[in-house]
Design a protein around this ligand. Structure first.
Ligand code: CP
Length: 327
């Protein structure tokens, strides 16, 4: 397997062309097949990736750690609270040193108005690819796995109606990076994307403008509604998920009056009944069960959340193999 994108940073899919993303998807599919048939995939033998986490993770950490092991390399998990970062060491020094020890640096830093800037500073000072494991703006690993999953279900069908719908949750004030990534990416694949949210949960204006432009240039469409039922109606894919009111309110408080006024924004069986009969329910996980979604939906016949989560492994491996490999 040729590492076609050796050294290329993976910070946002906006910096990857469609043919490049298509190649990542093709490699993800091949790696999934090899994993399921127990074929060896020694594309990163003796390679090391440093996996820096400022926040908690289940899927991202383990898809990266397991993924690089499957590829013959080693992933070093770094809890940043145990690094000299916690004593103020700069991103520049961290990136310079780690890139002299290994072949890739991956990082999750979701702090609002900090995370993406931190990744950019790592990238400016690294001699190896920087992989974004979720920042305040983007979650490209999730976006790629979501796209792979939708393609597994719908193939190359155009104009599928995909609704990205805000949902009530109290678990934590979640980043906007998942819906932001999805509204930018899906219109590039000729999907008809609806973004639905109650007043106060806006995404940045620049991202909305870019989503519209991506739709225009690629034969998709993009619209916004503040009516939840409208978003569910006739949808082929629904992605009801919470995100925080970061754009309008930078407080890290999880529960406030605004949030509590939108308890009704939940994915229920009644909402699913409005959608296409074969609608697929997706969620990046972790889900706030009982708040964002009823158990009977997430555990029901429309749900493809475990397929979506599994694809995080295969897409993570594709990104690492194509940016870090040298065979
Ligand atoms: N979807 C996702 O990124 O999951 P984790 O937070 O568990 O990594």
């Amino acid at each position: 397997m040729k590492p076609l994108f050796k050294g290329k940073h993976f910070i946002t899919l906006e910096e990857w062309t469609k043919p490049e993303i298509d190649k990542l998807l093709e490699v993800s599919v091949a790696l999934k097949h090899k994993f399921l048939t127990n074929e060896p995939t020694p594309y990163l033998t003796n390679k090391t990736a440093f996996l820096m986490f400022f926040e908690q993770s289940t899927r991202t950490r383990n898809s990266m750690e397991a993924g690089i092991a499957h590829l013959g390399g080693h992933g070093t998990f770094l809890d940043t609270s145990m690094m000299q970062i916690s004593h103020g060491e700069s991103a520049k020094d961290t990136a310079t040193i780690l890139s002299s020890y290994g072949h890739g640096i991956a990082c999750r830093n979701c702090f609002w108005e900090v995370g993406n800037k931190y990744l950019r500073e790592l990238a400016a000072n690294s001699t190896v690819p920087i992989m974004n494991l979720q920042c305040d703006l983007y979650h490209p690993m999730q976006g790629l796995a979501d796209l792979m999953t939708i393609k597994e279900v719908y193939g190359e069908k155009k104009h599928i109606k995909v609704s990205i719908i805000w949902a009530y949750a109290t678990s934590h004030k979640k980043p906007i990076s998942v819906p932001l990534t999805q509204i930018l990416l899906f219109p590039r694949y000729a999907m008809d994307v609806t973004l639905a949210y109650p007043e106060g949960y806006d995404l940045p204006v620049w991202a909305i403008e870019k989503a519209k432009q991506n739709a225009l240039e690629n034969g998709g469409s993009f619209k916004i509604t503040h009516n939840m039922e409208e978003a569910f109606k006739d949808a082929d894919v629904v992605i009801p998920k919470n995100w925080g009111s970061w754009v309008n309110n930078q407080s890290s408080a999880v529960v406030d009056d605004l949030l509590e006024s939108y308890k009704g924004w939940k994915c229920t069986e009644e909402m699913i009944a409005l959608a296409s009969p074969d609608v697929k329910y997706m969620h990046a996980l972790p889900a706030d069960r009982g708040n964002e979604v009823e158990d009977s939906v997430i555990d029901g016949p429309h749900s493809i959340v475990y397929q979506e989560a599994e694809n995080r492994l295969h897409t993570a491996k594709a990104v690492m193999a194509m940016t870090m490999g040298d065979k």
